[in-house]
Design a protein around this ligand. Structure first.
Ligand code: GDP
Length: 363
């Protein structure tokens, strides 16, 4: 470019020519070819060899809502089934702040001391990837997340609880086929998700805190009844005595419940995840339970019952989906609802007419 300042008129002023700027686009960069989708056989081979990258990709397919992804995922799961089942599955529940992440970090390191591999999964129907998943977030488990033998996967993103839980259940199969022999399934202890977790684990561990003395009232009876072990966290410092007191209260409360089907007496322990006190005792309890139920046959029995449960769950979910996504039903539903609310139609007649339309449409 010519600089007018360099003309004769401007004496004593010289402007250098400057250097041509390179293009801001890298001319050598070729567009990366789109990654080829692995075949079912490649997925199964990678998973059974313990390839964590392939395992992750398969889990992503399991979680996908796209029918073409689901088709592959279902085939992969089916082929992985014969390699699954060889693990202990532990559900870990507790209200936010109970210390689940802190505890899972130390629990995980503890169980890995014996060797093997650990997968940490989560069920949190309220989580959405985009907002940053609440559970299973790698950064919450500092030591485990960098452990070479651990695989941490956040909760499948928000959806119906049944859907989220089913995906986690299917992910368990893939993880086991990949050689993970310890599976933790974490959930927030605030309601329905415990039932879902309970239906896919061998041991259900409930993390509690010592409260103000009336803490037992705040806990849903159903959740306590599901627990194979209740552990009071933060039994350290000033809180130690209160934790011990809470343990006594939980023990006496448990006496009021009917004896569990497993024949096992649920235990109550105190520990501190943060200071790593009593962690060994917690896991001695879990292992003692596993030995106990393997001995009396309950372990096998329950896994079979769980498989049955998931078969029906799966049927229910797909039927529901098919019904509510049927275009004729979608078109009628709101009107029927209005009529029922307005008292112009009884619930049963409305339901019958919707179902009749649906079944007619299937013909
Ligand atoms: P989560 O919401 O159940 O996953 O709970 P976190 O693991 O995030 O813990 C909640 C808070 O409790 C954090 O500030 C932890 O540092 C603290 N905490 C967790 N475990 C213990 C413990 O054993 N003792 C004490 N004193 N604090 C703990």
């Amino acid at each position: 470019m010519e600089h007018p300042e360099n003309s004769e008129e401007y004496k004593g002023l010289v402007v250098n020519k400057g250097i041509e700027q390179p293009s801001s686009v890298n001319p050598y960069l070729k567009r990366k070819p789109k990654k080829r989708q692995l075949s079912v056989a490649e997925f199964v081979e990678g998973i059974t060899k313990g390839d964590v990258t392939i395992l992750s990709q398969a889990v992503t397919l399991v979680e996908s809502v796209k029918p073409e992804h689901q088709a592959i995922a279902q085939e992969v799961i089916e082929k992985c089934l014969p390699y699954s089942g060889n693990s202990i599955r532990v559900g870990i529940s507790g209200v936010p702040g109970a210390g689940k992440s802190t505890s899972i970090d130390v629990f995980g390191l503890h169980v890995l001391e014996k060797g093997g591999k650990l997968a940490v999964l989560a069920i949190d129907p309220s989580s959405e990837r985009s907002k940053g998943s609440i559970l299973g977030d790698k950064t919450r488990m500092e030591q485990l997340s960098v452990h070479p033998k651990s695989f941490i996967r956040p909760s499948p993103s928000a959806g119906s609880l049944g859907g989220v839980a089913r995906k986690t259940r299917e992910t368990i199969v893939l993880c086991e086929a990949a050689g993970f022999d310890k599976i933790f399934v974490e959930t927030v202890g605030v309601g329905q998700s415990e039932t879902a977790v309970h239906s896919m684990v061998d041991f259900f561990l409930l993390i509690q805190l010592a409260g103000t003395g009336d803490e037992l009232q705040g806990i849903k009876r159903g959740i306590m009844e599901m627990a194979d072990g209740i552990v009071i966290n933060k039994a350290d410092g000033d809180n130690l005595e209160r934790a011990k007191l809470a343990a006594t209260q939980f023990r006496s409360a448990l006496h009021l419940f009917p004896a569990p089907e497993s024949g096992w007496t649920p235990q109550v322990l105190t520990y501190s995840g943060f200071y790593n006190i009593g962690v060994k005792e917690v896991w001695d309890m879990v292992y003692a339970y596993i030995d106990f139920v393997k001995e009396n046959g309950y372990f096998e029995y329950r896994r079979n019952e769980q498989s049955k449960y998931w078969m029906y769950e799966s049927i229910n979910e797909q039927l529901r989906d098919s019904f509510y996504h049927n275009p004729k039903i979608e078109a009628m539903l709101q009107e029927k609802e209005r009529q029922v609310l307005g008292g112009n139609l009884t619930s049963f007649v409305a339901a019958k007419s919707l179902l009749d339309t649906y079944f007619e449409d299937l013909k």
